[in-house]
Design a protein around this ligand. Structure first.
Ligand code: ADP
Ligand code: MG
Length: 506
């Protein structure tokens, strides 16, 4: 049976990207088929939520085929290493299986998704999906009114929506959890805790949650705030003796509480106490709580233990720095949103160089667009190079010499004619000056090996590369003639740059 299941998986693998398969399908386990029900074990409830709407029918039809059995539905069985139930929420439902399977997490999902103790009720696959409305003393119109007021007071960033969020391996679990939480707020992923270093999309994702919930239910009372804002509102409520109003807003008139950067609660005891009670009130009323931080809960310094443990009740997902493909996709998305014409080539050039932070990636694109506008020229590789390489830029602003001027200066220094310098002769008296010229074109003009080769009589990339290495080697050995020649040529090319200041650059 297991071998047949492998065949099903192999077939599925062909139909999706390797990333998706590794992250979502590799951790699945085949438990058997009984009474037309295919039983699949999953490491977390979360997997079923992501896979079922997307792949159930494919899995079913492939399984029917390969097993030659009638299979009508899939039962997802959560395999838990250890289920720690917290006191407040009743016993585990009978269907919650406690199967030990320590090796389930694949290397790609490890570190991305941290499994934390799930809510018991939430983990029961048979829990009916309740509509997202809560019994309340308020009429619908009162809720709508409150929701509208909150939306005006706690504005969501208009562009930070799911549509504008590019999903890649580095953020797919955080994205899936965010989407799931916004489709069934207060049900499964509560609290949802997203953590990542700066500039990787936390604020974007939680705004997207807020938008999605409000789009689906305009009566949903969503508070989107930051730990800083929560703190300052709390302090001023205390000072103005309006703490009741503050508590009513955060605890009883709120359906979804989204708090950015909770690490800023650290060390603020009174605010933590208030937040603790806010958290409890909302959580026990099944209201969705979404939090972000730059670190996972247990690593936040000076955060009360009881808050740390509550933050771990739901699910925590991290976002890693994006891979090249994702960076390219983000650049293209951003360019599309900003109406910037960006070629594949330039997107690649930027994505290759700006790696760790998406905000920086966007910043580079905008600077590029601004330069293109200023200089009234298209965004091409040369412009990208100009913007991304400040040293280059400085020199260009001072009127960087052209390659022709450089060749002329080298030829004149060695008492050669230009056509001799770039010609065929392999004589030492010509070959060495030629190599010096190539080296200088690289170190001073930052041209590519290919471009240099073209200007030096149509030589190829590897010839130039070898020449540059050879000269760099001679310089390293302290060869006085080469050193002198280079200094002299440099000072003709850059009269205001002292030779010693540019030594050592290559
Ligand atoms: P954080 O809150 O983690 O510091 P932000 O959410 O402010 O990061 O993201 C920084 C910038 O990068 C924002 O402009 C955001 O829109 C953009 N960004 C981050 N991740 C993505 C993504 N996956 N797709 C598109 N844009 C993204
Ligand atoms: Mg942020």
């Amino acid at each position: 049976m297991n071998a047949t299941w492998e065949k099903v998986l192999a077939e599925l693998r062909k139909r999706m990207s390797e990333h998706t398969f590794t992250a979502w399908f590799e951790p699945l386990g085949f438990l058997g088929i009984e009474n037309s029900v295919l039983r699949i074990s999953i490491p977390h409830r979360f997997f079923a939520d992501w896979i079922a709407p997307r792949y159930s029918s494919e899995i079913l039809s492939l399984a029917c085929n390969f097993f030659s059995l009638p299979i009508e539905r899939i039962e997802w069985v959560v395999a838990q290493e250890k289920v720690q139930e917290h006191q407040e929420k009743g016993p585990l439902p009978p269907s919650f299986e406690s199967v030990t399977s320590p090796g389930w997490i694949s290397s790609t999902t490890e570190g991305v998704l941290r499994r934390l103790t799930p809510k018991s009720r939430a983990s029961d696959p048979r829990t009916p999906e309740l509509p997202f409305t809560h019994p309340t003393t308020h009429s619908e119109s009162a809720r709508l009114e409150e929701a509208t007021q909150l939306a005006a007071r706690y504005r969501l960033h208009p562009r930070y929506r799911f549509e504008n969020f590019v999903v890649g391996l580095s953020n797919q679990l955080a994205h899936a959890a965010a989407l799931a939480a916004s489709e069934r707020p207060g049900k499964r992923y509560n609290p949802l805790f997203i953590y990542a270093k700066v500039g990787l999309g936390k604020t974007h994702l939680i705004n997207a949650i807020g938008h999605h919930i409000r789009d689906r239910d305009p009566c949903a009372r969503v508070i989107y705030t930051s730990a800083e804002r929560f703190t300052s509102e709390f302090i001023s409520a205390l000072q103005q003796r309006r703490i009741d109003e503050f508590r009513a807003r955060y605890r009883s008139r709120c359906d979804v509480l989204i708090v950015d950067d909770v690490q800023f609660l650290a060390g603020r005891e009174q605010t933590q106490e208030e937040f603790f009670h806010t958290f409890n009130a909302l959580y026990h009323a099944d209201k969705q709580i979404v939090l972000t931080s730059d670190l996972p809960p247990h690593q936040i310094q000076a955060l009360e233990e009881r808050l740390v443990s509550r933050f771990q009740w739901g699910i925590a997902a991290d976002i890693q720095p994006p891979e090249l493909d994702t960076r390219m996709a983000i650049l293209k998305k951003k360019a599309e949103l900003e109406g910037i014409a960006l070629s594949e080539e330039v997107a690649f050039y930027i994505a290759e160089r700006v790696q760790s932070n998406i905000r920086e990636l966007e910043g580079t694109l905008l600077r590029l667009a601004m330069q293109a506008d200023l200089q009234k020229r298209p965004i091409d590789l040369a412009l990208a190079d100009f913007v991304l390489n400040p040293r280059n830029k400085e020199e260009k602003e001072r009127g960087e010499p052209s390659i022709d001027a450089l060749i002329a200066a080298v030829a004149s220094h060695f008492g050669l004619r230009r056509d001799e310098l770039i010609g065929e002769s392999r004589h030492r008296g010509v070959a060495i000056p030629r190599m010096v010229g190539m080296y200088l074109a690289r170190s001073e003009l930052h041209l590519s090996y290919g471009e240099i080769g073209k200007s030096f009589g149509g030589r190829d990339h590897s010839t130039v590369l070898n020449a540059c290495r050879r000269i760099a080697g001679l310089l390293e050995q302290g060869n006085p003639q080469i050193q002198l020649a280079i200094n002299a040529i440099r000072s003709t090319l850059f009269p205001d740059k002292s030779p010693s200041a540019s030594q050592g650059e290559s």
